[in-house]
Ligand binder design. Structure first.
Ligand code: FCB
Length: 442
């Protein structure tokens, strides 16, 4: 078999993504900590606890791991409840701590991308209604401004919000995230305020730092009609996609938040992205089903035959990555894959998932679509929200009791890709030879 290699453009960003509550540990002053204390909220009664102990200093050894394995960027988030522990107080020490971490990234050759909201709210703010409260967008913009002033020396690439759609649906429609509501009106209100908050923060960041590049991470879950020729399946897929994938995203283009049931006008949101971040994990087929009133008459399921992750959370459907990037082209902006990964404790699926998804990113790059980087979720196993520690997304495993890191085989695969800025037939042969004939025919 001849050797072949799929190159990525020079300067392509290769990294991993993390979030404050999932890795820092001891985030006692946010709504998630309180949520974890309520019986029945987190699978097996798990707690974030020390998480990966980044706040205690283990960010150093983990970012050493990132550097030593060829990564050149890292996406992290700032914890609002640390920066603003109460409504009337900024914690300068916390900001200093983040400055130290960001400096640490530079020392390791990792370009930081800083995100301001990744699902966790300060307790004081959740007690006054969180994102349902119309005052929250302005408070968010103030916190963002304060943080950018403190951190501007270390980055100019920012992200306002991670997955506004997932946050609103899980917290307000499905009820698995705090505050655990199941209320369509509240869901739409929260999306509306997240959008306003994003737009205000976008402007604040640019006021402080002219050259800033600001975006957010949009969770994209392609929905395909189960019967492509079945009219009702197509309508169900289209409406589902409008509600989940397109509503918030399109408002960033034209200022109209069209959530199928209701449209809000938020003109100030139009044109508030300098790049597009997309998180892609998996996709669904959609079938119209009259019996599923509560689910808006739709049924969603994974493509039959797709390989499933440990807990059945993710189906390995690499074409969805290509579809997601194609979808993101509508913004006509640079694109970053800001999350992609799979829960896989014994690492039997991850190498295949990694290769197949990165191959799809490469295909997109080959069409000259402006993909600028890929961030794997995640570096070390971390606290997976209401699923606790049951899902293991890390390149490195974590023994939660001892804080010991366990190197998975995927580390070496991802390191080879990052170092060579390429995916080669040699790597595929070494890690998942069964993929060779499909990826490198000849
Ligand atoms: C995404 C979240 C991230 C992590 C991954 C598995 O939806 O942004 O925090 O939980 O899923």
């Amino acid at each position: 078999m001849p050797q072949a290699i799929f190159h990525f453009p020079t300067g392509f960003l290769w990294g991993t993504a993390t979030s404050s509550h999932q890795v820092e540990g001891n985030n006692r002053n946010n709504d998630w900590w309180a949520w974890e204390e309520q019986p029945g909220r987190i699978l097996n009664g798990h707690r974030s606890g020390l998480a990966c102990d980044w706040w205690g200093g283990r960010w150093r050894e983990d970012l050493d791991r990132a550097r030593e394995t060829g990564q050149n960027a890292h996406r992290l988030s700032i914890e609002w409840s640390r920066v603003q522990p109460s409504a009337d107080r900024w914690d300068e020490d916390a900001l200093d701590h983040y400055r130290t971490i960001l400096r640490g990234m530079h020392e390791r050759g990792l370009m930081p991308i800083v995100n301001f909201f990744h699902f966790s709210l300060p307790l004081w703010l959740s007690e006054q209604g969180g994102w349902e409260n119309d005052d929250t967008p302005a408070l968010f913009a103030r916190y963002v401004r304060k943080s950018v002033e403190a951190l501007r020396e270390y980055t100019s690439t920012w992200m306002t919000i991670n997955e506004p759609n997932v946050y609103a649906y899980e917290g307000y429609l499905v009820g698995l995230f705090p505050p655990g509501k199941q209320d369509l009106q509240a869901t739409m209100k929260v999306l509306y305020n997240l959008l306003r908050g994003h737009a205000m923060a976008y402007r604040e960041i640019h006021n402080v730092q002219r050259e800033a590049r600001v975006g957010l991470a949009l969770a994209v879950r392609p929905l395909r009609p189960a019967g492509p020729l079945t009219f009702l399946d197509s309508v169900a897929a289209r409406l589902g996609s409008q509600f989940f994938n397109d509503a918030f995203a399109d408002a960033l283009i034209d200022g109209k938040l069209n959530m199928v049931f209701k449209t809000f006008r938020v003109p100030e949101a139009a044109g508030t992205q300098d790049y597009v971040g997309v998180n892609y994990y998996t996709m669904d087929l959609v079938r119209f089903n009259l019996l599923r009133r509560k689910d808006f008459f739709t049924e969603r399921f994974f493509p039959p035959g797709a390989e499933l992750s440990d807990t059945g959370f993710i189906a390995n459907v690499p074409e969805g990555m290509f579809e997601t990037i194609r979808w993101a082209r509508k913004f006509k902006l640079p694109i970053l894959v800001t999350e992609n990964g799979v829960e896989d404790a014994d690492d039997h699926l991850r190498p295949r998932y990694l290769i197949e998804h990165i191959h799809q990113v490469w295909r997109a790059v080959n069409y000259n679509w402006p993909v600028k980087g890929y961030f794997h979720w995640t570096l070390v196993d971390n606290f997976e929200w209401e699923r606790g520690w049951t899902q293991r997304f890390g390149l490195w495993g974590l023994d939660v009791d001892t804080q010991q890191r366990i190197r998975r085989r995927s580390v070496d695969l991802y390191a080879a890709i990052c170092r060579q800025n390429a995916l080669s037939s040699e790597m595929v042969e070494a890690f998942v030879p069964a993929l060779l004939p499909r990826l490198f025919p000849g």
